[in-house]
Design a protein around this ligand. Structure first.
Ligand code: NIG
Ligand code: FE
Length: 412
């Protein structure tokens, strides 16, 4: 099966030589080919170049992309799309003046979602979650990471992870699973965090490793949730079971979580709304990808990750949605890219790099997706007729998507 796209106004994020990620000044370079062709064979990128070099052979399908641009699908490296029910009641409480923390301390927040999820059957959870997955695929996401963490019991955490596995089996996009049992201390363990951590380490992790239910290990390292010492404990145990760290840090307070992530070679450290100078310093010259979640900042009205300062000091940055029922009920990567430009002063080039190749790296998928490179999956986003790729973030709230292709197959 071959498919050729012809007359592409601009083919974006073209990397002839494979790269892992871009950082600092390199983030402002977004290589493109104007008036290009792109040839897909058996779901993979087979060839591309200027129209002058377009092969004349006959192909199974020809797409005329005149006026349109093609870029690799978005790589969303941080989501919680497997959840039950919604928390729009808490949203209204916040509008009326309650804080996110007050709501959480009154039994809302993560514990509220856990209660709902525990009472939901595995099948129902799958049905609810698959709708969100289909929704984000239509919005241009072509690779995604999904976390557990709304179960908080042995059964419910495993239920979540099995749902992620089933999504992975039934959908064509790349899905990575993360075990986030240490998302909050469940009510039954109130005042007894140590025992809960024991449960995660000694009961859940062996089972998860045995059934190959997760790729990554995560923890919410935050004041009132889990400390840097708890984080060390969990990451150390995860390592024993081959789970790579990707952690929630510095969302509300900077308490040393970034340093623990770096110490344990975390693949990514995510959130980073509150960054001290030393947090930025400790990420330099590491292989840990900082991940910003601007939709979360938007929805909770908390600070945005200081992207400018981080990129200007030479760091890489990835962008992800954080799609979840409490802090970010949106999985729209187009909005994330726009918000990164509007609120974090990232340029369109930086934001597109952050949402494609750097996002792919933050999921360990940089050899499979995230750029137009021979041999990578043909997970593509074809835009409507637009003047320049700057229109993608400029037209915030209005995705410029004409068609989506996953492994060369047209989705919409
Ligand atoms: O990434 N910060 C921790 N976890 C989620 C939100 C949790 C919730 O409110 O349900 C996040 O923002
Ligand atoms: Fe999150």
């Amino acid at each position: 099966m071959t498919i050729i796209f012809k007359n592409i106004k601009e083919l974006i994020q073209v990397r002839n030589t494979p790269i892992s990620f871009v950082s600092g000044k390199e983030m402002s370079i977004l290589p493109t080919i104007k008036n290009a062709f792109l040839l897909i064979k058996d779901g993979l990128i087979h060839d591309f170049g200027p129209m002058d070099n377009c092969p004349k052979d006959s192909f199974s399908k020809v797409v005329d992309a005149t006026g349109k641009m093609i870029l690799p699908s978005w790589c969303d490296s941080h989501t919680h799309i497997v959840y039950a029910g919604n928390r729009e009641g808490e949203f209204v409480d916040r509008i009326k003046g309650m804080s996110y923390h007050e709501i959480a301390n009154n039994g809302g927040g993560i514990l509220n979602s856990a209660k709902k999820l525990q009472a939901t059957s595995e099948n129902d959870l799958y049905e609810q979650s698959k709708k969100r997955l289909e929704e984000v695929i239509k919005l241009g996401t072509g690779a995604i990471e999904i976390k557990s963490g709304y179960g908080l019991t042995v059964d419910a955490e495993l239920k979540m992870l099995r749902v992620i596995k089933r999504l992975n089996e039934n959908y064509p996009i790349e899905i990575k699973a993360t075990f986030l049992g240490a998302h909050a201390v469940p009510s039954d363990y109130k005042g007894n965090k140590k025992e809960y951590l024991d449960l995660l380490i000694n009961k859940l992790m062996p089972k998860i490793a045995n059934d190959k239910l997760a790729d990554f290990i995560d923890i919410f390292c935050e004041t009132g949730y889990f400390s840097p010492d708890d984080t060390r404990l969990i990451l150390q145990a995860g390592k024993k079971y081959g789970l790579i760290p990707k952690i929630h840090v510095n969302q509300f307070t900077s308490i040393g979580g970034v340093q623990v992530g770096v110490e344990y070679n975390a693949l990514s450290v995510d959130h980073l709304e509150e960054m001290r100078k030393e947090d930025i310093e400790s990420l330099k010259n590491t292989k840990t990808m900082p991940v910003a979640l601007p939709s979360c900042s938007y929805f909770l009205s908390i600070p945005y990750t200081p992207a400018r300062e981080m990129i200007d000091s030479g760091l890489p940055l990835a962008l992800a949605t954080d799609y979840n029922p409490g802090s970010t009920p949106s999985g729209n990567m187009n909005f994330v890219v726009a918000t990164a430009c509007i609120k974090m002063k990232m340029t369109p080039e930086e934001a597109i790099n952050a949402a494609t190749i750097n996002g792919a790296y933050a999921m360990g998928l940089e050899t499979k997706v995230g750029s137009i490179t021979k041999g990578k999956q043909a997970n593509l986003l074809m835009t409507k007729s637009i003047n320049s790729y700057g229109v993608i973030p400029y037209s915030f709230g209005n995705p410029q998507i004409d068609k989506i292709y996953i492994k060369g197959q047209e989705i919409i």
